[in-house]
Design a protein around this ligand. Sequence first.
Ligand SMILES: NC(=O)c1ccc[n+]([C@@H]2O[C@H](COP(=O)([O-])OP(=O)(O)OC[C@H]3O[C@@H](n4cnc5c(N)ncnc54)[C@H](OP(=O)(O)O)[C@@H]3O)[C@@H](O)[C@H]2O)c1
Length: 276
Amino acid sequence: MNNKILVLGSTGKTGRRVAEKLQQLHLQLRLGSRNADLSFNWDEPGNWHQVLNGIEKVYIAFQPDLAVPQAVEKIILFTQTALQNKVKKLVLLSGRGEKEAEECEQVVISSGMDWTIIRASWFMQNFSEGFFLDSILSNEMMLPVINAKEPFIDVDDIADVVVASLTEEGHSQKIYELTGPELLSFKTATAIIAGKLGRPIEFNETTMEEYVALLQSFQVPADFIWLIRYLFTELLDGRNESLTNDIERVLDRKPITFDEYVTKTIKTGVWKTQLV
Ligand SMILES: NC(=O)c1ccc[n+]([C@@H]2O[C@H](COP(=O)([O-])OP(=O)(O)OC[C@H]3O[C@@H](n4cnc5c(N)ncnc54)[C@H](OP(=O)(O)O)[C@@H]3O)[C@@H](O)[C@H]2O)c1
């Protein structure tokens, strides 16, 4: 009988929270990542039938990003395998304003299964669980010049929308665009963290070419540099400089503010350095 929910990216920023919230609801889960008991790897489709066997619904957090050129063929194969295993519903995490990701969204939309698409803004948790954590810890944020402001979103809000989409009526065939409650520049976001931590965090901007050279000097893989360039140039050209009320529509409450995110994150100790 198919009654389990498969959570992909189950140890990641969104998947870990989605899995915890579903466990609190006493729902049957299968965790999906390369290190899960039954390993799931986007690069190794050999056991996908096994991973999808007995699954009713899937939360898809793709790696590394739906905009990368290889994503579409992997999503096509995944949805075909899911359909063959009688999966009924897919909830796909996508990026807001990522035109390239929309091809993957279309694959899910026309898969023959029920679906919900969740297009998220930049995660606040990039500063504490992702790419910018090292910069906060070293008290020095270096970024390419970004003129646009971003409506950063807390991944706890995303996880709540994912869980609602997986467990409640009314989210079928919906595309949600999730934003936080305010537009912030990266500089202001960094200053809010520094202010609440009570220590200075230097903020420096450089050209994209110099930034890429810096990443290369740290041996960052070429694929990842491609993605960083895409995210920092195409996505931050001002197209996402607006707020939506989809969090309120789905959750009937306001989205978490950046200030609230910083306050709760300080309590975890993740930003503590030897110097503090
Ligand atoms: N960061 C943002 O601001 C942002 C904004 C909008 C959308 N997104 C989208 O969010 C998605 C990432 O979700 P996330 O941030 O929740 O995850 P994440 O924190 O990046 O964590 C990655 C998760 O995927 C697993 N994973 C890594 N490589 C894998 C592979 N080859 N095959 C299978 N699983 C793999 C990891 O576990 P193992 O190591 O055990 O495999 C881990 O559970 C991406 O599609 C991204 O485009 C991100």
